[in-house]
Design a protein around this ligand. Structure first.
Ligand SMILES: NC(=O)c1ccc[n+]([C@@H]2O[C@H](COP(=O)([O-])OP(=O)(O)OC[C@H]3O[C@@H](n4cnc5c(N)ncnc54)[C@H](OP(=O)(O)O)[C@@H]3O)[C@@H](O)[C@H]2O)c1
Length: 244
């Protein structure tokens, strides 16, 4: 294989969950990995050990523009072929009792951080590079149970994806988003462990199961590959029919 040999990929939130699976997938195709993490250095180091090829760790809290700028500055202008804006947070923001700190934190991580990472990394992106933003099927439906802000942040990600696809087309940079349904990761583990929750989700799932991180990574690989060269500005639903 090795369809990404000679390519360099920066993956945010690569220490765990979907980012980890994406890093392993792209590395398996020969990409050099720049693996970003925030708090879990040990987990990031474990991913780096699993990657047979070159992998460099980068730390930043993406809620901090200064930390993003320092992270990108540490690359000293080395070119990038792939940027996967994956890092994000999920949680409750019930109208009436949402804490302002948490509202700001979610907007900062899921929207401002993604925007700033892309803006600061842009000079390093080669002509013909690809950007993949992590969205969610939650952006496409109404969400009950006090979680309205998270889907709104992912709707913003979808909107940025469309506009950036047009804005960056003159540099032959493609921009797409990946929108998974529920996947069991650290983010969702406690929620999915509730018997009534998992029963309801599986009843709504035509294939009767959750997706997994490997499947999401396969879609990211496709969007990085020449096989998707005529696809840009799309947010691709990967939920096994959970949201159609
Ligand atoms: N799991 C799902 O069902 C699902 C479905 C749809 C979309 N998504 C989206 O997929 C992405 C990854 O989700 P996941 O399930 O893999 O989550 P996860 O297991 O909680 O992992 C989150 C990753 O993001 C990083 N991160 C979190 N906050 C950060 C911050 N402030 N600054 C920098 N990095 C930060 C974490 O880094 P450290 O651990 O090093 O701190 C970690 O690597 C998110 O954007 C999420 O919204 C997930």
């Amino acid at each position: 294989m090795g369809i990404l040999l000679g390519k360099t990929a920066l993956i945010t939130g690569g220490s765990r969950g979907l980012g980890r699976a994406i890093a392993l997938k792209l590395a398996g195709e020969g990409a050099e990995i720049l693996l970003h993490y925030n708090q879990n250095r040990a987990a990031a180091e474990a991913v780096a050990r699993e990657i047979a090829g070159p992998c460099r760790l980068l730390q930043a809290d993406i809620r901090s523009p200064q930390e993003i700028e320092a992270m990108i500055a540490s690359l000293h202008g080395a070119p990038l072929d792939i940027l996967v804006n994956n890092a994000g947070i999920w949680g409750q923001t019930p109208l009436g009792s949402a804490a302002l700190d948490y509202v700001e934190s979610m907007l900062d991580a899921n929207v401002k951080g993604l925007f700033w990472t892309t803006q600061v990394a842009l000079p390093l992106l080669r002509e013909g590079a690809t950007i993949i933003n992590m969205s969610s099927t939650a952006a496409r439906v109404g969400i009950a149970a006090g979680r309205s802000l998270y889907p709104a942040t992912k709707a913003a990600v979808d909107s940025l994806t469309k506009s950036w696809a047009l804005e960056l087309a003159p540099r032959k940079i493609r921009v797409n988003a990946v929108a998974p349904g529920y996947v069991e990761t650290d983010m969702t583990a406690a929620y999915l462990a509730k018997p009534d929750v998992i029963r309801g989700i599986l009843e709504r799932s035509p294939f009767g199961r959750l997706g997994n991180a490997e499947e999401v990574a396969d879609l990211v690989l496709f969007l990085c590959s020449p096989a998707s060269q005529w696809i840009t500005g799309q947010s691709i639903n990967i939920s096994g029919g959970f949201v159609v």
